[in-house]
Every structure is written in structure tokens, then in C-alpha cells.
Write a protein that binds this ligand. Structure first.
Ligand code: ADP
Ligand code: ZN
Ligand code: ZN
Length: 743
């Protein structure tokens, strides 16, 4: 048996694996992720490496392959743990070990370290005064050096930066005086602190009785050594963050560290401010908007123990804390926790695994728990903790559903219904703020009737059909096809087609309808700059606008007490996404959006505009009734054996040559049929949602089985089969377990 081994895992060498022989006596002790000692290079220097794969046959001349010397003894705890996690991810989500390692060890290049220099006067006051007098007496003496001496006489130590930048003293002047023995330059490493410039106010609240009970439940478990996963199901505005803070406080007091995952970069700031107020300097942030140097430093600070709370999106999960004690995942239902790059991991499952490896606990919170998590909580895999009411018994906002079909019938073709216009008018008069939310999810492709709300669906799969360029409607689950209808099959109306409206159009409509009203727009366009999100959010929080118009990024988790009206412009957009999660996504989005209104002292109002007022996702969101939604949705999912009642593996086959791609897909289907029994349901191959991108054809095969491990087994067989069959036919095969987004 031979093992592929990577060395020096912290740097770019990850790309290269070296083959070693596995000696007989080690065969039963090594696995993927094992840390071993190997002889390396011509001198056979002993170094350590990680096993990333095995093979039965050698890739080189056997005589040149050296044997592994033994298992490494000196533990490198944190890196071992992350490599083990990478091996788990590779197994569960597919892809190569290198891809998994690059995900868990995201810093590939060592960034320049920041060095801070200080200049210290070596003379006592008296001799300094003498030197200074002498020096100034000289004709044409350097004014810069004069400034240098007088600055040092005032404060004995001054930073290099202050001298060179503020006092404009050239480095050579400082070095001259250093040679003369007047002063000393010392250097020490410093770290970039990305959160440093963020300031803000946050009032700390005493926990109310329910919050206390929830926090105590966790703390009691923690104290007796129980480590597990909790699902904190708390309605919007129930004060979940305050509960997290209390739990985190407890874990920090035990000397352990905490990772806090958030779904959106735009939430970094408000989360950081709340955490900073509570815990101070030990809190840091990590996200893709930071410079590579800033990111590198955060990982270094985490390893060294300078910080103990890391806040960030998905990738913050891989912060190299030496003694991780807790992972908090806020808004655990959010789609952004699923990676769209190989390995296509879900941060929730991966976090549970990392917590297990570190003997840490995991707390997931949401007002609209994912179907997956709530099912697990019901089974007792996660412990369910509840916050059923808003803090200070504030009422949830009052929701009203507006039927857009009626609007069209009564002649209003504006994107703002008459009711919404009325409510906006009143709200402006009262000087209160409004948010308008346009749901752009699932915007691609589906066709609906603006007169009766009918959506063109697959007769076999209960998902909406997608419109392709050739005017054909296609089901992406079973391949069913039909021509694009010209009139509505249900009511005969000719108002049938895709729905098109962006934030910009909405802003124009609002400006025209309400002259003088100040609008702000938040979408991918207006938030491109590094602080784009924050600038807009701050302006709105400071009352610089009456209306904030935006996409999903305005509804996630924000706390604007001044907002009393939320208008949801087209609630059913996401209902029609081409996968089984349309209902869940819609329910979550509507409930979250509704949760933004009335968080302050004044009561909130929500207007939900929709073409499908009877849809249960829309109705239960309007009633803010999670459990009734869960019950309905569970029936549908289990009837159709969709996740979480079964597991799904999507296999995507791509290639530039259509024939080759189709052949490869057909070959895989055959392989799968051979390797699986009747418990696995196979659909496809069929076109992916977007059948071709940049001249690359995309085909998909869907597998469903209750047992995740059976799907892993099939994936492994396919991967092995691919190695045997002709690679180099220009096709590529990728895996996506329980895909979250339509493809
Ligand atoms: P959630 O995350 O559950 O939506 P937050 O944690 O953002 O809720 O809290 C909602 C609001 O209630 C915040 O403004 C927060 O400061 C406030 N709050 C939290 N706990 C309390 C409490 N015990 N008493 C009063 N106000 C509280
Ligand atoms: Zn119709
Ligand atoms: Zn179908």
C-alpha cells in the first residue's frame, strides 16, 4: 500500500503530494489525515507530513519510493484537528483532499508581517540638553535632527511612524543619531486589527426570565462536561443575541475560545459592536472584504491566543483556535452557509463535526429553523431551546396579504399596491421609516400568470418549469419539456411571462409617487465598496432616509427600531424556484422580513404583496406561525422523499463537447445502476438549470436515498471509476450533497 503525503501544510506547497510506502506494521494505524514522520530529500531529513490519500499501486519506480518512518508523536493539535476535519469534508462532500485542505487552511501565502518600530532616547535629561544645545549652535545644522531631539526630550519613546510621518524626519537622521549612540530603535511585531475603527453604542440588557432559563440550561450542561448541539428557536426580536453573549461569556471564563458564524457580511459591523462592548479586545472579525494581510493576522492572533472570539461568515469556522469551546451559528437556516465551491460543504454539519473534534458545544439560532435542524431537534439529535416571545412582550408586526391579481383586475399596474401606497403615505406623515423588500431569489426562468397567479409547473415533480432560450419549458428534476405557453393554461389571460423588477425601478416608482421622500437603495450595485454596506445602513439608522429599498441583504437580522412599515413587493418569487426548497425559502424570507418591522416602541405593519395569497408558505408567514408551516412542509417533503426525509446527491457532469458529456453521463448512470440497489432513486441524466455556460455543457443526475452513507459509497465508487476510465476526455464530474440552490 502507498500513501500520498503532503508536507508543510501551512503554505502553497499543498499542491504537491509525495508518495511513500506504508510499512506492514503501520497498515492498521494510518488513515487519511494521519500525521506521520517521513524521510525527505536527498539527506533523508526527518520531517512530518499528513496522509491525504492511498493507492494500491506505485506511481513511480518502486525502488525510489521510501517508506514512512512512523507516526508523528509531537502533537500539533490545532493543525491536526483541521486536517482531520478536511478529511471528513472530503468524505462527506466529495472533491479532492487538496481542495478540502485549502478550504480549512485558507491562508495559502504568508503575508508580510507588520512591524512597528519605536525610537527611545538613551541620554538622561541633562546630557540630552547639552547635546541639544551643542547641536543647535552649529551653523546650518539639520532642522530635522533638531525636531527629532526635541521630540525625544519631551517623550522618551516615540513611534517611528510619528517621527517620520508626522514630524517629517528622514530615516537617515534617526539612523545617524542611533550610530552616535543618542537613541535606540526597537522593532516588534504588530497585528492588523480590522475591527478597531468600528465604534458604536450598545446597551447591555439584563436577561429576562425566558432568556435566563435558556442560557442557564446551556451553562449547567457545560459545567458538567456535556457537549452537544442546541437549536435556539426564538421569534424575531426575542433577544437571541443577548443569550449567545451570556453563553459565550461562560465559555470564555473557562479559558476556551468561541467562533460566531453570521450569514451576511453586512451583519459584521452590528454584531462586532455588540460583542466588542461586552468582551472588548479579544473579539475579532474575519471575512472576504479584509485584505489578505488582515486575514493572515487574524489567524495568527487566534493561534497565539491574542483573541478568543471570531465573528464572520462561513469561512470563520476554520479559525485555528487551540481550544475551541463553542460555535454559535446565527440564522442557521441561511442558504449562505452552504458553499458553492468544491468541497460543497454545509457549514452547519461541518461545524457540528468541528465541535465534536474539539470537545466544544454548538448553538444554532433562528426564528425560522431549517427543516433539517427542526427535524433533528424533534428527534433529539439537537436540544431544542425556545424563546417564544419578543422581549418586553412587544407584539409581532401585524401582517396583511395583498392579492396582486386583484390589483391588476382593478386597473393598478404599479408595483406598489394601493394598500401599500396608503400605508406608506401614513407612515411618512408620522415621520416613521419604511423598508421595501424585493425578493430576487428564484427570479430566473419561471413563468407565471399575472392575472390568476398560475405558475407553470412540472406535472411530475411539483417544481416550477424553467424557461429556456429556445422558448421551451424544462423540468430540472425529471427532464420533462413543453413549449412556452402564449396564454395562461388556467385562465386564458395573455399577461403571462417572467417577472421583472429591480431595486432601481422601484426607487424610481417611489420617487415619482412620493416626491420629496428620501430613498436609499441597498443591493449588489450600491454595496460594492469595502464599507458600502455600512455606509448605507448607518445613513438609514441615522434617519437620513425615509425608505430603504433592497434585496435580501436588508432583511437578514438587522435591528432598526425606527422602522414601522415593511413592504414585501413580490412574495412569491422564491416560491417558484426550481427545487423543492421554494416553500421553505419563501417562508423564511417573509418571516425574517416581517421581523424587521416594529422592533422599537411603536407597533409594526407588514404588507405582503403576492400572486399566490393562498399558498401555505405565504399564509403561515403572514400568521408568523412556524409550526404550522413546518407541519405542512414536512408532509410534502416526506411524501416526495425530499430532504430532510431523504438525502440527495446531485452529480454534475460538464464538458465542452456535448457528445462526450452525454456519453460520460450515460456511463455514470450505468455505473450507478450497477453499484446501487433499489433503495436509491435515480433521476436523469438531464440538463442542469443552466444547460450551458460559456460553451460548457452541464448535465445532472440526481440520486436520493434515506441513508447518506449509501450515497457516499456511490460517490466513492464513481470517483474510483473515473480514475480507471478514460480521464482526459475533457469532461468533469462534481458532487453536491443535499444541494441548496437551484442549479
Ligand atoms: P433577535 O436576534 O432574537 O432578533 P436581538 O438579540 O437582536 O433579537 O434583540 C432584539 C432587541 O431587543 C435588541 O434591540 C436588544 O437590545 C433588545 N433586548 C434583548 N434582550 C433584552 C432584554 N432582556 N430586555 C430588553 N431589551 C432586550
Ligand atoms: Zn392565468
Ligand atoms: Zn419533472
Amino acid at each position: 500500500m502507498y500513501a500520498d503525503i503532503i508536507i508543510d501544510i501551512s503554505h502553497e506547497k499543498l499542491d504537491k503530494a509525495f508518495q511513500y510506502a506504508v510499512p506492514e506494521e503501520l497498515k492498521d494505524q494510518v488513515e487519511i489525515g494521519s500525521r506521520v514522520v517521513i524521510p525527505f530529500g536527498s539527506g533523508n531529513r526527518r520531517i512530518t507530513g499528513y496522509i491525504v490519500g492511498f493507492s494500491e499501486s506505485p506511481d513511480w519506480d518502486v525502488a525510489k519510493i521510501k517508506p514512512i518512518a512512523g507516526l508523528a508523536k509531537d502533537a500539533n493539535a490545532i493543525e491536526d484537528e483541521l486536517v482531520t476535519l478536511a478529511a471528513w469534508m472530503k468524505k462527506h462532500y466529495g472533491g479532492t483532499m487538496n481542495q478540502a485542505l485549502k478550504t480549512v487552511l485558507p491562508i495559502k501565502k504568508k503575508e508580510a508581517v507588520l512591524v512597528k518600530k519605536d525610537v527611545t532616547l538613551l541620554l538622561d535629561d541633562k546630557s540630552a540638553a547639552d547635546v541639544f544645545a551643542d547641536f543647535c549652535a552649529r551653523k546650518n545644522h539639520s532642522k530635522a535632527k533638531e525636531r527629532l531631539l526635541s521630540a525625544l526630550m519631551e517623550d522618551h519613546t516615540v513611534s517611528w511612524e510619528a517621527l517620520t510621518k508626522r514630524l517629517n524626519i528622514p530615516a537617515t537622521a534617526i539612523r545617524d543619531f542611533e550610530k552616535a549612540g543618542y537613541l535606540r530603535v526597537t522593532a516588534h511585531r504588530t497585528f492588523r486589527k480590522p475591527g478597531e475603527k468600528m465604534e458604536g453604542n450598545w446597551v447591555r440588557h439584563e436577561l429576562n426570565e425566558t432568556q435566563r432559563a435558556v442560557a442557564d440550561r446551556f451553562i449547567k450542561d457545560y459545567d458538567v462536561g456535556i457537549r452537544k448541539s442546541y437549536l435556539l428557536y426564538g421569534v424575531t426580536g426575542s433577544g437571541k443575541t443577548e443569550v449567545y453573549l451570556e453563553m459565550i461569556d461562560h465559555v470564555l471564563k473557562k479559558g476556551r475560545q468561541v467562533i460566531v458564524l453570521i450569514p451576511e457580511i453586512s451583519l459584521t459591523y452590528q454584531t462586532y459592536v455588540r460583542f466588542y462592548r461586552r468582551f472588548g479586545d479579544v473579539v475579532s472579525i474575519m471575512n472576504s472584504r479584509l485584505s489578505p494581510g488582515e486575514r493572515f493576522d487574524q489567524f495568527e492572533r487566534a493561534k497565539k491566543g491574542d483573541i478568543s472570539v471570531m465573528i464572520g461568515p462561513r469561512s470563520a469556522l476554520f479559525t485555528p483556535f487551540p481550544d475551541l469551546g463553542l460555535i454559535v451559528m446565527d440564522e442557521e437556516h441561511d442558504d449562505s452557509y452552504k458553499s458553492e465551491q468544491v468541497p460543497r460543504y454545509h457549514a452547519r454539519e461541518t461545524a457540528v463535526e468541528r465541535a465534536r473534534l474539539s470537545r466544544a458545544s454548538m448553538v444554532m439560532g433562528s426564528a425560522t429553523p431549517s427543516m433539517e435542524s427542526f427535524v433533528r431537534a424533534k428527534k433529539g439529535e439537537y436540544e431544542l431551546l425556545r424563546l417564544p416571545e419578543r422581549v418586553e412582550k412587544r407584539p409581532l408586526a401585524d401582517c396583511e396579504i395583498i392579492d396582486l391579481r386583484e390589483e391588476l383586475r382593478s386597473g393598478n399596474r404599479s408595483i406598489l399596491s394601493l394598500r401599500l401606497q396608503q400605508e406608506m403615505e401614513e407612515n411618512f406623515k408620522k415621520g416613521q421609516q419604511t423598508m421595501l423588500f424585493i425578493n430576487r431569489r428564484g427570479l430566473m426562468g419561471f413563468v407565471s400568470c399575472r392575472s390568476c397567479g398560475e405558475v407553470i409547473k412540472c406535472p411530475h415533480c411539483d417544481v416550477s418549469l424553467s424557461l429556456h432560450k429556445n422558448h421551451r419549458m424544462v423540468c430540472h428534476y425529471c427532464g420533462f419539456e413543453m413549449p412556452e405557453p402564449k396564454v395562461c393554461p388556467s385562465c386564458g389571460s395573455k399577461y403571462i411571462g417572467g417577472f421583472k423588477a429591480g431595486t432601481q425601478q422601484i426607487e424610481e416608482v417611489v420617487n415619482k409617487r412620493f416626491p420629496g421622500i428620501r430613498t436609499l437603495r441597498m443591493d449588489a450595485d450600491t454595496t460594492k465598496a469595502k464599507d458600502g454596506h455600512q455606509t448605507i445602513l448607518n445613513a438609514f439608522a441615522n434617519g437620513e432616509a425615509d425608505v430603504l429599498i433592497g434585496t435580501q441583504m436588508i432583511v437578514k437580522g438587522h435591528d432598526f427600531p425606527g422602522v414601522t412599515l415593511m413592504g414585501i413587493l413580490a412574495a412569491d418569487m422564491s416560491l417558484n424556484s426550481r427545487d423543492h426548497r421554494g416553500g421553505e425559502r419563501t417562508f423564511q424570507m417573509l418571516t425574517q422580513a416581517a421581523g424587521r418591522a416594529g422592533r422599537g416602541n411603536a407597533a409594526g405593519k407588514v404588507i405582503i404583496q403576492t400572486y399566490q395569497p393562498d399558498n401555505y408558505a405565504v399564509c403561515s408567514a403572514a400568521a408568523q406561525d412556524y409550526e404550522s408551516f413546518f407541519a405542512r412542509e414536512s408532509r410534502y417533503r416526506s411524501l416526495m422523499s425530499y430532504p430532510p426525509f431523504s438525502n440527495m446527491l446531485m452529480i454534475m457532469i460538464t464538458g465542452e463537447n456535448l457528445n462526450k458529456t452525454e456519453e460520460r453521463a450515460a456511463y455514470l448512470k450505468e455505473l450507478i445502476q450497477k453499484e446501487s440497489d433499489s433503495s436509491t432513486r435515480i433521476l436523469g441524466p438531464t440538463d442542469a438549470g443552466i444547460a450551458k455556460i460559456k460553451d460548457v455543457y452541464r448535465k445532472v443526475i440526481y440520486l436520493r436515498n434515506e441513508d447518506y452513507d449509501i450515497l457516499i459509497g456511490i460517490k466513492d465508487k464513481i470517483e474510483a471509476g473515473l480514475l480507471r476510465s478514460t480521464a482526459g476526455d475533457g469532461t468533469y464530474v462534481g458532487f453536491d450533497f443535499n444541494p441548496m440552490n437551484g442549479i
